[in-house]
Design a protein around this ligand. Structure first.
Ligand SMILES: [Mg+2]
Length: 393
């Protein structure tokens, strides 16, 4: 087979708010080879990724991603790795290239799964997909009372684990932040797994993070996520020395295998969180999951958009039984919910099951998507280099 079409669709809510919610827009990717179609999704601002798909060549290591994908042979999984390497070489200096490649790589795995009549996790070499324990992932309330109510809601909904992040956390005083963490613990109950996400708020300031440790330890928080930006390895390592029994989590910002490898090797992490839609797709995320396992760091998916992205995010560690916890967005915008026919819902024991259908086991709902398509026309010197393609199955 040859790759005949690579179509990108920019979807957005009517209004995109200035909040840490990644489900407000989406970049859906459709790849066609012969009679087969695969679907994927890129994390990050859609128009920037579309630009890196189609921009005119700037120099020999700065080519549009599309040029390394369209027309390529696609017969088995070695072709997916070959195409990924080609994109990384030809678009070396195009910083958005990994984001753009991610959605394409996911779609290629989905497509080959359909051709080979197998779920993606089997193509990755896993005999089984083990169920995952979802943590309800959401933002902090604006006040501790709101955080308490949110925690009570997820507990009432049956979640055994919950994560609160972003919002006001880290921006106010140490006691303000402590009040939110205590409220989350109270609402979740004594036996719930509580996770806190600082959303990189302290950049690289170890002292600011250390000042919050007492409340996190007293509330038996399992992990403190992203106290610092991804590259602040020394700050992570320093904080990890005094955080026990709280472990550090991070890695969602990694957009190459090597960034994730550095975090595993040097940041003192207990959990590495990888966004399949950013790091280069399922291929690279799977490589990180294997590396993490060899180095006794727990792999966790990072995802905050549709259930298509959720399924893609689970494949890289589907067969690692002990890495049981998974991110599960519970406050998706309507767009992200309407994007797919199937939805991954917790079973009666509160566990999420990775689809066993072919490919990703999730199909886009084209009718559901239609109202959110943002029509785009990108012109260079009067010539259109990108026009939103018609939605087709
Ligand atoms: Mg996070």
């Amino acid at each position: 087979m040859r790759i005949d079409a690579v179509d990108f669709y920019y979807l957005a809510m009517p209004e995109v708010l200035d909040i840490g919610d990644g489900s407000q827009d989406a970049l859906l990717v459709r790849v066609q080879a012969g009679e087969y179609v695969g679907w994927g999704e890129c994390e990050a601002a859609p128009l920037v990724s579309i630009a890196s798909l189609v921009c005119p060549m700037s120099h020999s290591a700065c080519k549009p991603v599309r040029d390394s994908v369209l027309g390529q042979t696609l017969d088995d999984i070695s072709d997916i790795y070959r195409i990924g390497a080609l994109v990384r070489a030809n678009s070396l200096d195009l910083l958005q290239a990994e984001h753009t490649l991610s959605g394409i790589d996911i779609a290629l795995w989905d497509l080959l799964g359909k051709k080979l009549q197998a779920p993606v996790f089997q193509l990755l070499g896993y005999a089984n997909a083990y169920p995952k324990l979802p943590y309800a992932s959401q933002l902090f309330g604006d006040t501790p009372a709101q955080t308490l109510a949110l925690a009570q809601q997820v507990r009432a909904a049956g979640f055994k684990a919950a994560k609160f992040g972003w919002g006001p956390y880290g921006l106010g005083s140490v006691s303000d932040d402590a009040a939110h963490v205590y409220a989350a613990r109270e609402g979740l109950g004594a036996d719930g797994i509580l996770l806190i996400d600082a959303g990189t708020v302290w950049i690289d300031d170890v002292a600011k993070a250390q000042a919050r440790l007492a409340a996190l330890q007293a509330c038996r928080v399992t992990w403190l996520e992203e106290p610092f930006v991804s590259g602040a390895l020394k700050s992570y390592a320093a904080l990890s020395q005094s955080a026990a029994p709280v472990k550090l989590a991070g890695g969602e910002g990694c957009h190459t295998f090597y960034m994730a490898q550095h975090m595993i090797d040097y940041a003192g992490l207990g959990y590495v969180q990888i966004d399949t839609g950013r790091i280069g797709g399922i291929s690279i995320a799977h490589q990180v999951a294997q590396y993490a396992q060899r180095n006794n760091v727990t792999y966790v998916n990072h995802t905050f958009t549709s259930n298509l992205a959720l399924s893609a995010s689970l494949q890289p560690y589907a067969g690692i039984e002990n890495d049981i916890i998974c991110e599960y967005p519970v406050a998706l915008k309507q767009l992200a919910w309407d994007m797919t026919h199937e939805h991954l819902l917790p079973d009666s024991a509160g566990l999420i099951h990775i689809p066993t259908g072919v490919g990703l086991g999730i199909t886009p709902n084209l009718e559901g998507i239609t109202p959110y398509v943002v029509d785009c026309d990108i012109q260079v010197a009067g010539k259109s280099v990108y026009r939103t393609p018609a939605l087709r199955a």
